[in-house]
Design a protein. Structure first.
Length: 300
């Protein structure tokens, strides 16, 4: 599947499931934002009471609670997303079936999400260590200023490419947990097998997809911040006093950002499902398997 074919498939499935995806995004997205707001407020209150130096144990507890809630939310949301894609691929999507799939596959997806994170944790730690060492060792003064900046950019680019490579290898892990009822690292290893010899093609697709998402996000951010700067008569609205009009625009930007997140959030799961289904159609005749299952068979 080429990049153009993948994007066509993603857009087609997005259109087929649009309204159901919006219901899913509202059901899981809005409570998540409310939770994040209350959680951030509670953390600020507790940390403020400790005068900015909270005990290590308290910090660990807060991080653990946040991670657990994030994994639960991710599992619920992505299971519903992929269920709708699976139904649309076979015929017509239904919210009733989506809830049944969530009930059936939630634990599998939750364990797959945790396994992907645990697999990525050593890479994240190593990347953070490298960035910290480089930032501390690089001389940003004098004649080495330009070379130092280039060096840091290269390091960040390499880490980004490794991140994309990891996402390419694990992009099918969550669809595997929904389609094949696999759990934990079994889903991750199955994803490795599905990607297989097509790694560089999948890597290219993930890279193109992430670049599109990055460009869209930056474009919206630039438009709003330029508009805020214009309304603020050129004042640095990030550090100085700024006009009510600019402030209102920035507040509106936050609400619009939430709306755009809800609007575009389905694309990630649809993309992963399309990669998964495309690879299985190529290697395992997945389209035939789906037809048999729709007729009442049970083939994995």
């Amino acid at each position: 599947m080429s990049a153009a074919e993948l994007l066509d498939s993603v857009i087609d499935l997005y259109k087929k499931t649009f309204w159901r995806q919006m219901v899913r995004a509202m059901l899981f997205g809005v409570p998540a934002y409310i939770f994040l707001f209350l959680y951030a407020f509670f953390v600020l209150v507790v940390f403020g009471a400790t005068r900015g130096t909270p005990p290590i144990l308290l910090t660990v507890v807060f991080v653990a609670i946040f991670a657990a809630c994030f994994f639960i939310w991710e599992a619920l949301s992505v299971t519903g997303n992929i269920s709708l894609v699976k139904q649309a691929y076979a015929g017509k999507a239904s919210l009733d079936v989506m809830f049944k799939d969530i009930k059936r596959s939630f634990f599998n997806t939750f364990t797959a999400v945790c396994a992907v994170f645990l697999t990525a944790a050593p890479l994240i730690t190593a990347a953070a260590f490298v960035i910290r060492r480089v930032a501390g060792a690089v001389d940003i003064s004098g004649v080495w200023r330009t070379l130092s900046v280039v060096y840091i950019i290269i390091i960040i680019a390499v880490i980004y490419l490794f991140t994309v490579a990891f996402e390419a290898l694990t992009t099918a892990a969550v669809p595997v947990s929904v389609f094949e009822d696999k759990k934990f690292f079994t889903a991750v290893f199955r994803s490795f097998a599905i990607v297989g010899n097509d790694f560089f093609k999948i890597f290219g697709l993930v890279f193109v997809w992430r670049m599109i998402v990055l460009i869209v996000n930056i474009s919206f951010m630039v438009v709003f911040y330029l508009a805020a700067g214009y309304l603020n008569n050129g004042v640095n609205f990030l550090t100085d006093n700024y006009s009510p009009a600019a402030f209102s625009l920035l507040i509106g930007n936050n609400f619009i950002s939430v709306a755009l997140t809800l609007l575009f959030s389905p694309f990630g799961g649809i993309f992963a499902a399309c990669v998964y289904m495309g690879q299985r159609v190529k290697k395992e005749g997945f389209d035939i398997i789906m037809q048999i299952e729709n007729l009442g068979g049970d083939i994995k």
